[in-house]
Ligand binder design. Structure first.
Ligand code: SF4
Length: 408
């Protein structure tokens, strides 16, 4: 991914937003640095058996200074920070023979594509592999589809290369490219692949991409049905919600509250519920649906560039299947990718509608992509059978295609 750059510019966004889970070695380091005594309060918190860095009421890390710098970094150096902080925005996942490296698009520098060439980070990536033991344990490659053996390199490469080639084809509008992407992914989801392995699978992908865009024009896509729109909003809910770590006493109340808000998203009537502190709430659902297409936005070109880069980085970084995405199969993971992209569009429209803009601006899309990608591969609830069921329902009646072109 020579076209993607990154260097940390010290904006501190990740320290205001992420819930940092600690490893044993992080906890030992924090203890040896004697923070609790120096600060006069606990710096960690246990929730459901896991230890996390404490966050202030505004969501920021207890170690974030007013000048936006990390106190641990400032006093003890980069390598003394918790591992999760050092690794961000890289997503590292073990493969069968090598490390898979993806990038999280919550990071402002990644979104703006500023900084060093990714190759310049090789040394750091090798060092992370030394301090994270599970990265050194080979993980089996993702199955091709449910009930099938691991996808062969030839099969994964065929999907990644052909879909990436399609995304880059600027003879077509972004709407057509998104539709084509979803068409291929949906067709793979519907296909019985037991007998179509190896070279035959690669030929199938080649054929599916080859019939685009003629096939799309023969089967024009419609707007999502009410049920599909509802499934999309529920998916947005699960991808944006940030259950703040709360004590045992608040847990039942939190769950009930979560249920109520989730139901409001499912219905899609009236105003949006609270999703997370970083997103607007009480926005009329009709206003969100009324936001005009990206193609008419004053920032159309920058929006397309960012969205395309995000989609390609997700695909080439193999971020939505295998060890990077809850052990999901290649075919299920590609469907999850379409849903994640559609959710990012919905959140962008929410952002735009909340400020009465008829069209999304670049900042809305940055917000949408950042919010959704924050959870990709990190939120265990996105890897459950409920999510897979959602995708199965969405595949019915062209649902993946319909949500993929929504907003373009
Ligand atoms: S420990 Fe430092 S780098 Fe990690 S989230 Fe807190 S302030 Fe940011």
């Amino acid at each position: 991914m020579h076209w993607q750059k990154y260097s940390c510019h010290g904006c501190g966004d990740c320290c205001r937003d992420f819930t940092v889970q600690l490893r044993k070695r992080d906890i030992l380091k924090l203890e040896s640095q004697r923070w609790s005594e120096r600060i006069g309060e606990e710096v960690t918190q246990v929730f459901r058996g896991q230890t996390y860095l404490r966050r202030r009421d505004d969501g920021s890390c207890i170690f974030l200074r007013e000048d936006g710098l990390c106190r641990i970094h400032a006093e003890h150096g980069f390598s003394e920070k918790p591992v999760a902080c050092q690794v961000f925005p890289f997503n590292l996942a073990p493969g069968e023979e090598s490390l898979r490296v993806g990038l999280n698009f919550l990071c402002r520098s990644v979104q703006q594509n500023v900084g060093a060439d990714l190759r310049d980070h090789r040394k750091d990536l090798r060092r992370f592999a030394d301090v994270i033991p599970e990265l050194n344990r080979p993980a089996p490659d993702a199955p091709l589809a449910r009930g099938l053996d691991s996808a062969e390199d030839l099969e994964v490469d065929a999907v990644v290369d052909r879909l990436d080639g399609w995304l880059q084809n600027d003879d077509h509008s972004m709407s057509v490219r998104m539709d084509g992407l979803a068409f291929v992914v949906q067709s793979l989801g519907d296909a019985k692949l037991q007998q179509v392995r190896g070279k035959r699978f690669a030929e199938l992908v080649e054929m599916l991409v080859g019939v685009l865009p003629e096939e799309l024009s023969l089967q024009p896509v419609e707007a999502p049905s009410r049920r599909q729109a509802s499934l999309l909003r529920q998916a947005v809910f699960t991808r944006t919600e940030d259950p703040r770590i709360e004590g045992t006493r608040g847990r039942i109340r939190t769950s009930l509250n979560q249920l109520r808000r989730s139901r409001r998203m499912r219905r899609g009537r009236g105003e949006t519920p609270f999703l997370t502190a970083e997103l607007p709430c009480s926005v009329d659902f009709r206003r969100i649906e009324g936001v005009g297409p990206f193609s008419e936005s004053p920032d159309q070109e920058q929006i397309s560039e960012l969205f395309l880069r995000y989609a390609r980085a997700t695909l080439l970084g193999r971020r939505t299947w295998g060890s990077a995405y809850y052990g999901w199969t290649l075919v299920d993971g590609l469907q999850a990718m379409i849903l994640n992209l559609a959710c990012a569009v919905w959140v962008a429209q929410l952002s735009s509608a909340s400020e009465d803009r008829p069209f999304c601006h670049l900042k809305d899309v940055q917000r949408g992509i950042g919010r959704v990608d924050r959870h990709v591969g990190r939120a265990p609830w996105l890897g459950t059978s409920v999510e897979r069921l959602r995708l199965s329902y969405l595949r019915i009646d062209d649902g993946l295609r319909r949500i993929a072109v929504r907003g373009w």
